[in-house]
Each structure stands twice: as structure tokens, then as C-alpha cells.
Ligand binder design. Structure first.
Ligand code: TYM
Length: 331
């Protein structure tokens, strides 16, 4: 177990294109809020993204772009350890060991595996199947206490816990048991076009997804076109999933409660609400876009950050791996 009194946070995001508003509200906004009270590690999980076919040149750019997006979203590289997963080889080393602890049956039950194999029928590779084990390795390597994620990652975090418990029972106390940390509001931001479905980077209908780097015009258009209903009442209830989702987004961006949103707009109808929401979104993302460009224009700085991050992460990862190897009896 870690001797450090300070609690450890680990989370990650895949470098598959621009972050969405779902990634931001469900995860990154929360990461930022935790950086003062915990020892935080945030990883660009490039190895996970290899489970989907990719173009190497574009992929490399996406990886650096995601680093710039983390920084533009306000993550302080002094307070947080920000790094590429592939720069710390202990992730894959532990992955193999945990592969020998995880069961086929439990991996078979992972809904993301089922969804992804449905979507990529011509590329159901072994990595896609063991993806959650690499995720467990990411988390357990740092003796993580809390994993701030959106709701869609819940099953993977539970699996990481199960694997840790099984390992600890077999070989003695080795891994800290991680807890999931999801925001009370905004853990599942929905598509603007199909509000019963999660907002996703890979949605075929791009109008359902707000990307953090969308232009002001595109954002405004997507919000105006967002699917609602015929009630024309800005009320937060399950029967009105479209407006409920938009209210969630408003409350998270304006940093006010759902009740305050309701009080402000109940009698104003959808038109006004959507107009204000589009403006709020554009204004909230403006500094992000400006900072993003500055970071992208400074590759030397990005390199400095990711090298420093990998170095810090490696120190902790080596400690855990030494213990793991001893526990399982490797010479
Ligand atoms: P990824 O890259 O799909 O998403 C990054 C984070 O964004 C959250 N998220 C959402 N939250 C709310 N509403 C949405 N519509 C929405 N879409 C995405 C995700 O829950 C996630 O927190 N397997 C992970 C990456 C990963 C990881 C880890 C996470 C690898 N190793 C270890 C935590 C710990 C993934 O694909 O996230």
C-alpha cells in the first residue's frame, strides 16, 4: 500500500479526436475541481485507442492535441501529473499479470465491449476484449483511491476493484481498492439529437455531439436544433429527456443548481432558453479554444509537460511493480 497520506486520483481519456462536452462535464470539469486536494494523475490513454483502426500520423496529432486540450481545460501541470500511457511501460507490464487474474466470463459481460464489437464488426481484436484489464492496470498501478469518470465507465471501475480484490486475496495485500467518483449532476450527458443516448465522439449524427473545438456558429446551430418536445416548459423531469439534458448542461456551465435554472426559465419557453444556452456555451468555450491554440503552437512546452509527467508517474509505477513481482514470486 502507498505510504503517502495524500489520496491518489487517477483518470484518463482516449485520444480519439476532440473532447466532447460530455467528456468535459462528466470528467474533466471534475478533475480540475480535485487538483488541490489530491495527488492527481491524468493520462492520455493512447494504448487503449489502438483497439480501433487508425492512421498513425493523424493519431500522433490527436495525442498531442488531447494534451493541449487537457491544459486548455485548465488542468495545472504543476499540480497534476499529466502523461501518455505508452510512456510508462509498467501499464502494459501489469496488464499482462492482471490478464492472468481476470476471467473471460467477466470480460464477456462488459457492455462497452459488446457495443464496440457491434460497431466494429470487422475488427473485433483481442485488445478490444481485454481493454478493461489495461484500464484496471492503469488504476491499480498508482494505488488509486478515487477514479473521477462519467457514468459509462462504472462497469470498468467495478471490474478493476474485483481484480484488485482477487489479486489481494491470492497474493496478499498489494493494491488499494479504488472508488468511483461520478458527478451528482452531469455524469451522463446525452446526445442533443437522441436524448436517450449518451453524447459520444463516435456518433454518426454529429449534430448530437458538441465538440469543445466546434466553432461558435456550429455550437449555436447544434443547440438550436437540439431535440426537445412540445411541452415548451423548461422543467427538469424524466418525461422530457431532451430539455432535462439541456438544463443539466446549463447548470454545469453556469455553475448554478438545476432548481435555479428552472426558476429562471420555466415561463420563458424553449426558444429563449436555447438562445441563452447557446450563448453560455460559446462564452464558456471561448477561453478553452484560445488557450488550446496557444498550446498547440508551442510543441516544445507540450513535450516538457509530457516528459515530466511520465517521469513522475514512473516513480510510483515502479514501486508498485516491484511489490507485485515479489508477491507473485517472479525471480
Ligand atoms: P473516454 O475517453 O471515452 O472518456 C473520457 C471521460 O469522459 C467521460 N464521458 C462522459 N461523461 C458524461 N457524459 C458523457 N456523454 C460522456 N462521454 C464520456 C467518460 O466517462 C470518461 O470519464 N476507458 C476510458 C479511458 C480510461 C480510463 C482509465 C478512465 C482508460 N483507463 C482509467 C479512468 C481510469 C474511456 O474510454 O474514456
Amino acid at each position: 500500500m502507498t505510504n503517502n497520506d495524500e489520496k491518489v486520483i487517477f483518470s484518463g481519456a482516449q485520444p480519439t479526436g476532440t473532447l466532447t462536452l460530455g467528456n468535459y462535464i462528466g470528467a474533466i470539469q471534475n478533475w480540475k475541481a480535485l487538483e488541490n486536494d489530491y495527488q492527481c494523475l491524468y493520462s492520455i490513454v493512447d494504448l487503449h485507442s489502438l483497439t480501433i483502426r487508425h492512421d498513425p500520423k493523424a493519431f500522433r496529432e490527436s495525442c498531442l492535441s488531447l494534451l493541449a486540450q487537457f491544459l486548455a481545460a485548465g488542468l495545472d501541470p504543476e499540480r497534476n501529473t499529466i502523461f501518455f500511457q505508452s510512456h510508462v511501460p509498467q501499464h502494459t507490464e501489469l496488464n499482462w499479470i492482471l490478464n492472468c487474474v481476470a476471467y473471460m466470463g467477466e470480460l464477456n459481460r462488459m457492455t462497452q465491449f459488446k457495443e464496440k464489437s457491434e460497431r466494429h464488426k470487422d475488427n473485433i481484436n483481442a485488445g478490444l476484449f481485454t481493454y478493461p484489464v489495461l484500464q484496471a492496470a492503469d488504476i491499480l498501478l498508482y494505488q488509486t483511491n478515487l477514479v473521477p469518470v462519467g457514468e459509462d465507465q462504472k462497469q470498468h471501475i467495478e471490474l478493476a476493484r474485483d481484480i484488485a480484490i482477487r489479486f489481494n486475496n491470492a497474493y496478499g495485500d498489494t493494491f488499494q481498492l479504488p472508488e468511483i467518483h461520478v458527478p451528482k449532476v452531469g455524469a451522463r450527458i446525452m446526445s442533443l439529437q437522441e436524448p436517450t443516448k449518451k453524447m459520444s465522439k463516435s456518433d454518426e449524427d454529429i449534430n448530437g455531439t458538441i465538440f469543445l473545438l466546434d466553432s461558435d456558429k456550429v455550437i449555436t446551430k447544434k443547440v438550436k436544433r437540439a431535440v426537445t418536445d412540445s411541452e415548451n416548459k423548461v422543467v427538469y423531469r424524466d418525461e422530457q429527456p431532451g430539455i432535462k439534458n439541456l438544463m443539466t448542461i446549463y447548470s454545469k456551465l453556469a455553475n448554478i443548481t438545476i432548481q435555479q435554472v428552472e426558476e429562471k426559465y420555466t415561463d420563458q419557453g424553449y426558444g429563449n432558453f436555447k438562445k441563452d444556452l447557446a450563448e453560455l456555451m460559446v462564452e464558456s468555450l471561448r477561453p478553452f479554444k484560445e488557450k488550446y491554440q496557444q498550446y498547440m503552437d508551442n510543441p516544445d512546452y507540450l513535450e516538457e509537460i509530457y516528459k515530466k509527467g511520465a517521469k513522475r508517474a514512473t516513480t510510483i509505477a515502479e514501486r508498485t511493480m516491484k511489490d507485485v513481482k515479489e508477491k507473485i514470486g517472479l525471480v
